[in-house]
Ligand binder design. Structure first.
Ligand SMILES: [Cu+2]
Length: 191
């Protein structure tokens, strides 16, 4: 019986600590309340660092002579969002051997509408290869923020091309990168 008193004191101390702990948990839950905030703000604008390497956007299937190219308009705020995968004004080059199939998955992070096509040069308004872009109407209108559009084409002829947004004014604002179709070798993406 005499040994019960310290036990009770310990229990009281533990209860106090627990109360203290729940106070701390209160703080913790406000911290937890703030922890959804970063993730909530992360989901509407999951903008990765601008330095995300371009290689992450190209998958090569050498056996099938096929590449999967992921393009994200306005991935970063760079160039006022007028970029593909964060790159604008020719900073990114996609190289594909002639005859290979290119499967493009194009997503617009917005907020402006954007499109993409492989074109022959700065004045071209239609795709350089059959199917190398959005449907014609979507090329100039763009697709809205949050939408994805897929298209597939064959890089039929060697040469230097542009990957351009054909929404009026966007390419002139720098929303273009480079496509090089080689007569051999392997696909690559730079930088
Ligand atoms: Cu655009």
């Amino acid at each position: 019986m005499r040994s019960l008193l310290p036990t009770l004191l310990v229990l009281a101390a533990v209860t106090t600590l627990t109360a203290c702990g729940s106070g701390a948990t209160g703080l913790g839950s406000s911290a937890a309340g703030s922890s959804p905030r970063p993730s909530a703000s992360a989901s509407p604008s999951p903008t990765p660092p601008a330095a995300q390497h371009a290689a992450a956007f190209l998958t090569v299937d050498s056996a099938r002579h096929r590449v999967d190219l992921r393009l994200v308009a306005a991935l970063t705020p760079d160039n006022g969002g007028m970029n593909f995968n964060g790159y604008s004004k020719g900073a990114m080059t996609v190289t594909v051997p002639a005859g290979w199939q290119v499967r493009v998955s194009f997503t617009n992070r917005g907020p402006l509408p954007h499109s993409v096509a492989v074109v022959a040069g700065p004045t071209a308004t239609t795709p350089a290869f059959a199917g190398a872009g959005a449907p014609l109407q979507a090329l100039t209108a763009g697709i809205p923020a949050g939408q994805t559009m897929d298209f597939t084409f064959v890089a039929a002829r060697p040469g230097r091309y542009r990957l351009a947004c054909l929404v009026p004014g966007h390419e002139a604002a720098g929303m273009w990168d480079r496509v090089v179709v080689t007569s051999g070798g392997q696909p690559s993406i730079n930088p």
